[in-house]
Design a protein around this ligand. Structure first.
Ligand code: ZN
Length: 290
């Protein structure tokens, strides 16, 4: 059982998760890759095909040309009582930047499905950590969902005015918010939120759980375009992204190129070394037309 400890003064919570201590910390060098059916597979990776019995019980599976395309199972080292892992692809090395449109759409269909399912029991937080600086312990590309009880106060940000646009397609836009806390932070939002006159109830209806298949296709395409551009600019960077736990929808990408120091930890203030206007301008140079 996860233990939730409230701080009545600040209204913040801490989750005690001692099982996380046993989490493995493997690096890419420890995996020996072999080619199979045009994919790269690591024999000793618990997320690779052939090692399905090494993961806790499977929750969901999307079929693909090689037995499965996406697998969802319980996290072996959970933070809370419901903590799921979503493996993006059977290929050990296939990042979002290399996935096909069809594979990405499937991933977002699974994201949506898990969020809808878990929303019945609490607040699901869906996120991805990529790279050692972002807290990844296993390099095989995967996302995670953690379910929080509704009574926990979250310090989640709400969608801010859409400025410093990086790129847009017919349904979504990516941008660097004026209040970005990290250098080259990029948010993806639905274009219906761009209108300043949009009413609060209309904003509340921009809900990831209610996105159509077409919207899921467009948002996943926007994520890929943005990550490809960031990768070209920041070369081999670590990042986190997460989907807003409440409507209106946004997907926030945080490149981990800055380590927080004593000043930031002591004050809760953020020092961002790159002006978001300039960040958007720089990232935009690496985007291709959608
Ligand atoms: Zn693997």
């Amino acid at each position: 059982m996860a233990k939730y400890i409230p701080d009545s003064k600040s209204n913040r919570w801490v989750i005690l998760a001692p099982s996380r201590l046993n989490k493995p910390h493997a690096t890419e060098a420890e995996y020996k890759l072999t080619q199979k059916d045009g994919m790269k597979i690591a024999k000793n990776c618990p997320f690779c095909p052939g090692n399905e019995e090494k993961t806790p019980c499977e929750i969901e599976r999307m079929r693909g040309p090689h037995s499965w395309q996406i697998r969802v199972f319980a996290n072996k080292f959970p933070i809370t009582d419901v903590h799921e892992v979503i493996v993006h692809s059977p290929d050990h090395t296939k990042e979002i930047e290399q996935m096909t449109e069809e594979e990405l759409k499937l991933l977002f269909i699974v994201y949506q499905h898990r969020i809808i399912k878990l929303s019945q029991e609490g607040v699901p937080i869906l996120f991805r950590n990529k790279g050692a600086d972002a807290g990844t312990s296993l390099p095989h590309p995967h996302s995670q969902i953690i379910l929080l009880p509704r009574q926990i106060n979250l310090e989640a940000l709400s969608l801010e005015p859409i400025k410093n646009i990086v790129v847009e397609n017919s349904m979504f836009v990516s941008f660097c918010p004026d209040f970005s806390q990290y250098p080259y932070e990029v948010w993806i939002a639905h274009k219906s939120c761009m209108n300043q006159e949009v009413t609060a109830p209309a904003l509340e209806s921009v809900d990831f759980a209610r996105f159509s298949e077409e919207e899921l296709t467009h948002v996943s395409r926007m994520l890929k375009t943005t990550l490809v551009a960031l990768e070209k600019l920041l070369d081999g960077f670590s990042y986190n992204y997460y989907i807003s736990p409440t409507p209106p929808f946004y997907l926030r990408i945080i490149p981990r190129v800055l380590i927080r120091g004593g000043f930031e930890l002591g004050t809760g203030l953020s020092t961002n070394t790159v002006d978001p206007t300039m960040a958007a301008f720089e990232i935009k140079k690496y985007t291709t037309e959608l």
